[in-house]
Design a protein around this ligand. Structure first.
Ligand code: ATP
Ligand code: MG
Length: 983
């Protein structure tokens, strides 16, 4: 295929991929069964099981188990990664997999493969889709069978006319020393595909890599021509067949894999569209029930499949976004990823909010509408993925709760944008600070891309540079929050404090920080707080009567519901509005206590005056995370005492929404068993979902309560007591001894009202601060779950490595690979976020494994060297010189052979060359002791290697080097000639 044609076809395909218009083309009139999605899916699985002996395996969860490099499972091969990497436990069920097929739930939204931006705009990409795949592991079958099976299925079972199918194969990559995959090309030609529909492409398109390192290989893709002969072909990719045959090493080189594998994936939605004669995946029975339900529920004009400019009012785009997103939300929540604050949960939150916005703003959906679509999703996907049925009610209620919260924010956001626009000039960009305060990282929790969209609709540009700066500041702020630095942020200086006291200003009433309650559904409700501005300070601490124009300032109020940094709990953040003026947000970055006064650090986009009435809103998600962590710290404190004995003393602690840390005085480092015991004790208390009681009592009442925890701090009187599972009055009754059996502490922090929301607690790190004091780092909730999964998955890998080691390796290369894998695994275990007890266990196990693996490598190398030495000795009659080639995989092996040879034939000088797969030649030599002093190994190796355009190094006696040549004979002759000259 001429390069220009291939390039043109490539451009065409790329254009089509991004082209939204599957419409307006002639549809395939199809009578060929099956056509209904469920039947199409079944036909695929049955075909591979019944006709070709594949084992069917269930879809993995879309939440990657123990693989933090992935946000979501995005391809069928994810769960088989250990097989490709060769790290699978030889005793596991998976190790026995040879032919496998399945239908995998995939999510491509965020991370390496994100199709989120395309959804709604085109007619072939979804954030959630089903990938039909078949695999042949360990060379069970390869290119020929894989292509013929695919061809047979598409043309005979699904009845797709052959002339609508195009294929592509890997055209080679001279830079990487890879030739074209003519094997695949010939397979297609032999199957009868005319050469005009067999195209070749470079590595960008047709060479598949799992990551920067790891298995990879050429792929061949099957495309469907939507135009069907009417005009230029319009191709859409249906099926990708990957032939895993290389390994990308850390140094970027490619090595042949010990085993070859087939890995294929075909999008069910696209296949069904083709089989139903549709030009859009949305016009199939996978989506039409949803589109109908949206039509019914919103009363919008019926869906008519328009795209781009033709889609006036973006009605059809909204239909597609909502239908796509509710599927993704349902599948993810059923698999345990709920909308949340970071990572995959944050992506999901954005997806949910995008769906709400399109449904309410474009389709005029009533509130609560999104949740009502969940049963429709369950109806279409529940048979294939029963977990959806099981969690249907939970999904609907989560979606509805988040939808309601978001709608409230959206309304406020719209008002803020309107107002801001009023004061902008016609050519002004929209201020970054305002956009930030509306965003997920700011206060209202609106996704930034959504804010941008809302502005785009108004024809206004956003100050993106300013936004980037704010994002950086936020990252720094978070880093600072992790370390409680006393002197950060605005503070009241002594003069200001003295002035306040002189004026008789009472300390800030911050009791409203405790006014929150649990809704029947389990969510927390935080009350807002109205307050009066008592004083304003500029950044340098000067008291002023008013601020504005984006100024950063310190704000003193008569009361507040913000928690100011103290007792190791990070400050709240949030925003305030002026009473009677809801459409300007004044972001509050933090609150600090200074001499009883609480100073809020505020940015004032507009005028704010002493005497103004304001309404305060704390960032609820942020606060809730702090509450979870704080109650978790109390449980941890108590659990440590249970595990290590009553004398165990807390020395300090700190928490922010991300993680918590706890300093504890210990006699000796904690053992893995103690770590586990602590975690189990916390888990049990969490599992009991105990009530957390909080009450203010006279300090004197807390004086003689056995077991009551307090720090070496001065506590206010009255003091707050936090007691888990036991009412405060009972806990303080010395006779009850309750504080010896549960967590009872003096604490002014904000806590959960029930322990269940902590979810789980995992200690992920320990550091010796000073002798006798250990700092523990821990995570809770979803992060804890993830840490456990990472730990389990690493433990499985260690077990697999142990099993591989016990099986023994026959080849040096295999043993080397295992030794390297153990090294990589050790790095992963050292740095992963995982349970600390497990890290210690795995580190110990890996150390022993590494020793054994290295010994195994050495033994094999010695054995192999001995064998090769014998072969060479047999080939060469005794004489002063041996110059020959030998096959080895490494320079160190080659040197070993040379050394053994010289040991057995001490009066012989030896030089060996070893050609490698990609043209490189290794060289090693040793000169006999009896040789003349002028004859040195180093010079000999240098002569030969420079002949091959390479380099050499070594000593008088032994030397080694590398070069590159296609003419080995000439190199050998040069070696002989040099030596004969010296002898
Ligand atoms: P495209 O170029 O169309 O985005 P891709 O190269 O990203 O596809 P692969 O990673 O090879 O696709 O995935 C294998 C198959 O999965 C594709 O051939 C296609 O049928 C399907 N597929 C991929 N991405 C999506 C998506 N976002 N929505 C629906 N189906 C998809
Ligand atoms: Mg793609």
């Amino acid at each position: 295929m001429a390069a220009s044609v291939a390039a043109a076809a490539g451009r065409l395909r790329r254009a089509i991929r991004r082209s939204p218009s599957w419409r307006g083309l002639r549809a395939l009139s199809s009578e060929a069964p099956p056509t209904q999605a469920a039947a199409v899916r079944d036909a695929f699985l049955n075909f591979f099981r019944d006709r070709h002996g594949h084992r069917l395996v269930p879809s993995a969860s879309v939440r990657p188990r123990g693989d933090p490099s992935l946000l979501f499972v995005n391809a069928g091969m994810n769960q088989f990664k250990p097989i490709f990497l060769g790290t699978v436990d030889p005793r596991s069920e998976m190790a026995g997999f040879r032919r496998v097929a399945n239908s995998q739930k995939c999510v491509r939204a965020g991370g390496r493969h994100s199709d989120l931006e395309d959804v709604g705009r085109d007619l072939s990409h979804h954030t959630f889709f089903e990938m039909l795949g078949n695999w042949a592991f360990g060379g069970e079958y390869f290119k020929e069978e894989a292509c013929s099976m695919a061809w047979e299925l598409l043309t005979q079972v699904y009845g797709i006319p052959e002339d609508r199918l195009w294929v592509s194969y890997f055209g080679g990559d001279p830079k990487a020393g890879l030739g074209p995959d003519l094997e695949s090309r010939d397979v297609w030609l032999n199957l009868g595909v005319p050469a005009s529909r067999v195209l070749s492409f470079g590595p960008e398109e047709n060479f598949w890599e799992m990551g920067d390192t790891g298995p990879c290989g050429p792929c061949t893709e099957i495309h469907y021509d939507l135009a069907g002969g009417a005009g230029a072909p319009q191709l859409v990719e249906l099926w990708n067949l990957v032939f895993m045959q290389h390994n990308r090493e850390a140094d970027g080189s490619l090595q042949p894999l010990p085993q070859r594998h087939v890995d294929t994936g075909m999008g069910l939605e696209r296949l069904v569209a083709v089989l139903q004669g549709r030009l859009s995946t949305y016009d199939t029975d996978l989506f039409s029930p949803l589109l109908d339900a949206i039509h019914q529920g919103c009363g919008a004009p019926p869906y008519s499949g328009r795209v781009g400019a033709a889609d006036e009012g973006r009605i059809d785009t909204a239909y597609r976004v909502v239908a796509d997103h509710i599927r993704t939300l349902s599948v993810c929540i059923a698999d345990g990823v709920s909308p949340g604050m970071s990572g995959a949960p944050l992506v999901l939150r954005r997806i949910l909010r995008r769906a709400v916005r399109f449904s309410t703003e474009v389709l005029q959906a009533p509130s609560g509408f999104l949740g009502s679509l969940v049963p429709v999703v369950v109806e279409t996907l529940g048979d294939a993925y029963p977990e959806l049925r099981r969690s249907s009610a939970q999904i609907a209620s989560l979606v509805s709760e988040d939808e309601a919260a978001f709608l409230a924010s959206l309304q406020r956001g719209r008002r803020v944008i309107e107002r801001t626009l009023k004061r902008l000039g016609p050519s002004d960009v929209f201020p970054a600070e305002v956009a930030w305060s509306l965003s997920l990282s700011g206060n209202l929790g609106l996704p930034l891309d959504l804010v941008e969209l809302m502005l785009e609709e108004k024809g206004v540009q956003l100050d993106t540079a300013g936004l980037e700066r704010l994002a950086q500041e936020e990252a720094q702020h978070r880093a600072l929050q992790a370390e409680p630095v006393q002197e950060q942020g605005l503070r009241l200086n002594v003069h200001a404090l003295g002035e306040l006291q002189r004026r008789g200003v009472p300390p800030t009433d911050d009791s409203p920080k405790y006014s929150y309650s649990l809704r029947p559904g389990g969510g927390y409700e935080f009350s807002t707080c109205e307050a009066q501005v008592l004083q304003l300070y500029t950044e340098d601490g000067t008291a002023v009567a008013s601020v504005g124009d984006g100024q950063r300032c310190g704000l003193l109020l008569d009361k507040t519901n913000f928690y100011a940094e103290q007792g190791g709990q990070a400050s709240d953040r949030g925003y305030l509005v002026l009473v009677g003026q809801q459409d300007v947000l004044f972001p509050v970055a933090r609150a600090q206590v200074c001499g009883g006064f609480i100073l809020h650090e505020v940015a004032a986009p507009e005028r704010l005056r002493v005497g103004d009435q304001v309404q305060l809103h704390v960032d609820e998600a942020w606060r809730l995370s702090c509450m979870e962590k704080h109650t978790a710290i109390h449980l941890l404190n108590w659990a440590l005492r249970e595990a290590l004995g009553p004398g165990t003393e807390q020395r300090g602690s700190h928490l922010n929404p991300e993680r918590l840390r706890f300093d504890v005085a210990t006699q000796a480092p904690l053992t893995p068993e103690q770590f586990r015991a602590v975690e189990v004790t916390v888990q049990k208390a969490v599992g009991r979902d105990e009530a957390v009681y909080m009450e203010e009592v006279a300090l004197a009442r807390t004086a003689h309560v056995p077991g009551l925890r307090s720090l070496d701090e001065v506590y206010p009187d009255p003091v707050r007591v936090v007691s888990v599972g036991v009412p405060v009055a009972h806990a303080l009754d010395p006779a009850s001894r309750a504080a010896l059996h549960t967590s009872v502490e003096l604490c002014c922090g904000t806590h959960l009202l029930r322990t269940g929301a902590i979810g789980d607690l995992v200690i992920i790190g320990e550091f010796q601060l000073v002798k006798g004091i250990t700092r523990l780092l821990a995570v809770t909730g979803e992060q804890a779950q993830q840490a456990r999964e990472v730990g389990q998955s690493l433990a499985r890998e260690v077990e697999a490595a142990a099993a591989r080691l016990s099986q023994g390796s026959r080849h040096v290369a295999e043993a080397h690979r295992l030794s390297k894998d153990i090294g990589r695994l050790t790095d992963a275990v050292d740095t992963a976020m995982m349970p600390q007890w497990q890290r210690r266990e795995l580190q110990a196990a890996l150390k022993a494994l590494q020793r054994r693996a290295n010994t195994a490598v050495r033994k094999l190398e010695m054995g192999q060297a001995a064998q090769k030495t014998q072969e060479l000795l047999q080939r060469h009659t005794e004489g002063p010189l041996i110059v020959d080639t030998v096959s080895t995989e490494s320079l160190s092996m080659l040197v070993k052979v040379v050394r053994q040879l010289c040991k057995q034939a001490p009066s012989t000088s030896v030089l060996l060359l070893s050609p490698q797969p990609l043209g490189q030649v290794l060289c090693a030599c040793q000169v006999a002791q009896s040789a003349t002093p002028a004859f040195t190994a180093e010079a000999w190796a240098l002569a030969v290697c420079s002949h091959m355009g390479g380099k050499a190094w070594g000593s008088r006696v032994v030397a080694q080097g590398t070069g590159s040549t296609a003419d080995l004979e000439a190199a050998l002759s040069a070696a002989r000639a040099y030596a004969l000259n010296q002898l």
